[in-house]
Write a protein that binds this ligand. Structure first.
Ligand SMILES: NC(=O)c1ccc[n+]([C@@H]2O[C@H](COP(=O)([O-])OP(=O)(O)OC[C@H]3O[C@@H](n4cnc5c(N)ncnc54)[C@H](OP(=O)(O)O)[C@@H]3O)[C@@H](O)[C@H]2O)c1
Length: 277
């Protein structure tokens, strides 16, 4: 990674190697494809759906990019070590890590089980820690420099109904981001987070009905929910030379949803989105 303070044209990501956790679908897929379009070789991580990951690799290769699929549960240290080593062996190093893999469970704090809490924290918080620690060591061993980008959520800063465990895990990720920026800054590794608002992906399960989407869209300044590609651009920016002096930051990418105070009908709308609660 560069350490050049002169003004220069925005550099692409040629010769960079990126690992995108949860890169097989949704936001991770868009990030993997966009990083590859900018020239990075991309390791596309998944945990369960090998064919989805293979199809992202196929899409990247059809665009003349380089990619590989790597199965690993990010909450498992041994699996993460194998994943990072596989990327090093295939592409020669790791320059960019995107901690995108995440899970969500909709339940009131009153109904959240110990198992729900622990699984959400295992994937969303411990997974981010493990991937960061292991990838950062590879970056340092290679002489330092690198980019780590954590995919948080608007939920880390809003008191959302039925999202205590998920939101707490993303709050943990944001605090972790700031601390890692300090620990890894001396090694020229930047650590930032991107906090998406509502983005159309499978994480919503069957709760993103047209009525629920309309309710979400009404609270977004730009009038609609986001698409996975709306998150990919900021990740590419944070991975680029243009972002070399940004670290420890959380960037909200929500179409202006975070500017909106709760509407009087908020609870009624949420009841329609999560009828099981
Ligand atoms: N969509 C939104 O509205 C939204 C808003 C704010 C933040 N986010 C955050 O954005 C990130 C991506 O969300 P998404 O909506 O794109 O989700 P998604 O469509 O459900 O995709 C999740 C991805 O994570 C992978 N994954 C899940 N558990 C994993 C594990 N233990 N180890 C490795 N990979 C795992 C999945 O792979 P398999 O299919 O193989 O399991 C899949 O590739 C998450 O961190 C989420 O919290 C999403």
């Amino acid at each position: 990674m560069e350490n050049d303070t002169k003004l220069s044209p925005l550099q692409g990501l040629e010769d960079r190697v990126a690992v995108v956790t949860g890169g097989s679908r949704g936001i991770g897929r868009a990030i993997a494809r966009e990083l590859a379009l900018q020239g990075a070789a991309v390791a596309v991580n998944y945990t369960a759906n090998a064919s989805a990951a293979a199809s992202v690799v196929g899409e990247i290769e059809r665009d003349d990019g380089q990619a590989m699929a790597i199965q690993a549960d990010v909450s498992d240290r041994a699996a993460v070590e194998v994943m990072i080593q596989a990327a090093v062996q295939r592409f020669g190093g790791v320059d960019i890590l995107v901690n995108n893999a995440g899970i969500d469970v909709a339940s009131s704090v009153l109904d959240t089980t110990d198992a729900d809490w622990e699984r959400i924290f295992a994937v969303n918080a411990r997974g981010c820690f493990l991937c960061t620690q292991i990838a950062a060591q590879v970056m340092i061993n290679a002489g330092g420099g690198g980019r780590i980008i954590n995919i948080s959520s608007l939920n880390a800063r809003l008191g959302w109904i039925a999202r205590a465990a998920y939101s707490a895990s993303k709050g943990a990720m944001e605090a972790f981001t700031r601390c890692c920026a300090r620990d890894l800054g001396p090694h020229r590794i930047t650590v930032n987070a991107v906090a998406p608002g509502a983005i159309r992906t499978e994480i919503w399960g069957d709760t993103l009905t047209s009525e629920a989407e309309k309710a979400q869209a009404e609270r977004v300044a730009l009038g609609h929910i986001g698409e996975p590609e709306d998150i990919a651009g900021i990740v590419v920016f944070l991975a680029s030379s243009a972002a070399r002096f940004i670290t420890g930051e959380v960037i909200l990418v929500d179409g202006g949803r975070g500017t909106c105070d709760y509407l009087p009908t908020e609870h009624a709308l949420e009841d329609k989105m999560y009828p099981q609660i």
